[in-house]
Design a protein around this ligand. Structure first.
Ligand SMILES: Nc1ncnc2c1ncn2[C@@H]1O[C@H](COP(=O)(O)OP(=O)(O)OP(=O)(O)O)[C@@H](O)[C@H]1O
Ligand SMILES: [Mg+2]
Length: 582
């Protein structure tokens, strides 16, 4: 029984179930952790009591109990042992092993960049715990320094599995455009509301490792939104300018672990950690040696990476990194900004476009496909699409002939296709060069940076950079944003499709009319039209979105045309030039 008030401070000295609460250990955004004593066994426990309002969210409560049980079932030396999870007097609590020591956040805050030997020792334990959890089908979802407890003997315990603040965190932004995870360490796919798996934890772990080695997380921005945008869109800065004692090969390892696309990351956390260790030590074909830790002799502790002499660049960052002086912050301007060029190979596909060509309306250039599409099996499409598709395509073709919409643009560029957007499409040459963001999305618009920033984050509520264009230069406020998207509903229900599209587009989305079955690139598709608007101010964009079910699995190709003032003939023309790449 809880005695007395249920405010965090008021619980000290009270009892909750079998636990006598002795002291507050720490406080996070969603819970307070106490040191308590289990009266049955007489041992010290850490009692995490969740904020009362979370207990009222039944989805959160169910997931909390389910995941706590799952974690409790994993027997791994680096995963915090859970003794009990449950609810008492309307308070959700977890009783777990009490760890005498610190956590990674406090360690880095108090001691700065970590000596490599200690870092290697801690990283190996974190990786082992995460890989074990992943092998058990569990994704942590909130890997961050505060959730990595470090006992006095440097034994690591990973804690807080699945305890993102809300079940909506699985979908990135909430309907109010507020992100519920921990923005400093969150993977791009988690921000974008795509499914997360162990590789999302790997990304967050790489952010933690970066911070442990440099004292700073890879991305720092002034606002939460800018930070989220950096995760989805900016290359991580190299690490060596902050740690000139480490070989440059380390940058390639962190860049791969921080790749935007989960497929480009290391397959496991242990693979990442051993690549990092090899890069630090200069083994495994990597050039350069190791130079202990930043704290003098610390790096030569037992178990540390072997010290093999100073690397040639130990005197400081190379000139190509001179805009990143050690100890300085990463750039904070936003948007658009990209990190200074780095020595690492690009993880993303470069933007590809061809010089403007004269493009006869309605006759797509079929020689442009360059990048392979990865997805391949055909899914049966439902009644929504099936019956009307042929009819509608005939109507669209007839409309094209009648309106000659394609004539509205004098010359055309051709997007050649990519993994991100596996189709070729002709678009007005005045829109310049289309940009491809790795295997994430493509965008073609006269105002690339501004609209890239808007569309990159689903549900984006910050329209401040595009509003002046929409009101002052509406002719520049048009374009295409396209991506393979596996968060869109594949059900035949128009309402579900609309709802899932709502979360993929920026701002407040309203539809005009019902979804319509059409044909795009000879494939059945659904067209949805509507308006996306700035929730704060007047900016608004009309859109025509085409959802083309992929031939395999759960994903769709989403092609969104947006415009302040739409020329439907132009959109129809562009749609008519779409050809899917093989
Ligand atoms: N089992 C434990 N033993 C000892 N200290 C712990 C234990 N679990 C957590 N702590 C400490 O309690 C503090 C608060 O933890 P909590 O998980 O509530 O917050 P957080 O992880 O900092 O933030 P968030 O609410 O965003 O998860 C942590 O900083 C940690 O040092
Ligand atoms: Mg925590």
């Amino acid at each position: 029984m809880t005695e007395g008030p249920s405010t965090p401070a008021g619980l000290v000295g009270r009892t909750l179930g079998d636990y006598t609460i002795e002291a507050v250990v720490g406080r996070g955004g969603m819970a307070t952790v106490y040191r308590a004593r289990d009266r049955r066994l007489g041992r010290a426990v850490a009692l995490k009591i969740l904020a009362p309002q979370l207990a009222h969210d039944h989805r959160f409560r169910e997931r909390f109990v389910r995941e706590s049980r799952l974690v409790a079932s994993i027997d791994h030396p680096n995963i915090i042992p859970i003794y009990e999870a449950g609810e008492k007097d309307e308070l959700l609590f977890i009783a777990m092993r009490y760890v005498e020591g610190s956590d990674m956040r406090r360690l880095v805050q108090s001691a700065g960049p970590m000596p490599v030997a200690r870092a290697n020792r801690l990283f190996a334990q974190i990786a082992s715990a995460l890989d074990s959890a992943h092998a058990n089908g569990l994704v942590h979802r909130d890997v961050k320094p505060a959730n990595i407890l470090v006992a006095d003997d440097d034994h690591v315990y990973l804690t807080d599995f699945g305890l993102t603040k809300s079940s909506s965190a699985e979908a990135g932004l909430t309907s109010h455009g507020h992100f519920m995870g921990t923005p400093r360490y969150v993977a791009p796919e988690q921000i974008r509301g795509l499914p997360v798996d162990g590789r999302s934890d790997l990304y967050a772990f790489a952010c933690v490792a970066y911070e442990a080695l440099t004292g700073l997380p890879p991305f720092q921005r002034d606002t939460e939104l800018a930070l989220l945008y950096a995760h989805v869109s900016h290359e991580p800065p190299p690490l060596t300018p902050y740690r000139p004692d480490l070989p440059h090969a380390v940058n390639q390892v962190t860049a791969r672990a921080l790749a935007k696309s989960p497929e480009e990351r290391y397959p496991t956390c242990q693979a990442f950690v051993s690549a990092l260790r090899d890069a630090i030590s200069g083994s495994g074909g990597v050039q350069g040696g190791v130079h202990g830790g930043v704290h003098g002799g610390d790096g030569d502790e037992a178990g540390a990476s072997p010290a093999h002499g100073r690397p040639a660049f130990a005197s400081g960052p190379s000139s190509s990194h001179s805009s990143y002086p050690p100890g300085s912050s990463a750039p904070t301007s936003y948007p658009p900004v990209s990190h200074p060029s780095t020595s690492r190979p690009p993880v993303s596909q470069p933007a590809v476009s061809r010089p403007p060509t004269s493009y006869p309306p309605g006759s797509p250039d079929d020689g442009a496909a360059t990048a392979p599409a990865k997805r391949g099996r055909r899914l049966p499409l439902g009644p929504l699409i099936g019956g009307c598709a042929v009819l509608v395509s005939i109507v669209v073709a007839a409309a094209l002939i009648l309106t000659r919409g394609g004539d509205t643009a004098a010359s055309w560029n051709t997007y050649p296709g990519s993994v991100a957007a596996p189709f070729t499409i002709a678009y007005p040459a005045t829109w310049g060069t289309a940009k491809t963001n790795g295997d994430q999305w493509m965008i073609a618009t006269p105002a690339t940076d501004e609209f890239n920033a808007l569309f990159a984050i689903p549900g984006n509520t910050d329209w401040s950079t595009v509003n002046p264009i929409i009101s002052g230069q509406p002719e520049r406020a048009s374009g295409i944003f396209a991506q393979v998207n596996n968060a869109l509903s594949t059900s035949d229900s128009p309402v579900e499709l609309q709802q899932s599209l709502q979360s993929a587009l920026p701002g407040n989305v309203a539809f005009t009319g019902a979804p319509m079955a059409v044909t795009v690139g000879a494939r059945p598709a659904v067209k949805l039209t509507g308006v996306a608007g700035d929730p704060q101010q007047g900016g608004r964009l009309d859109f025509s979105a085409y959802v083309v079910r992929q031939e395999t699995g759960e994903s769709s190709v989403l092609i969104t045309f947006f415009c302040a003032k739409c020329d439907q003939g132009l959109i129809d023309h562009m749609v008519n030039t779409v050809q899917f790449t093989p």
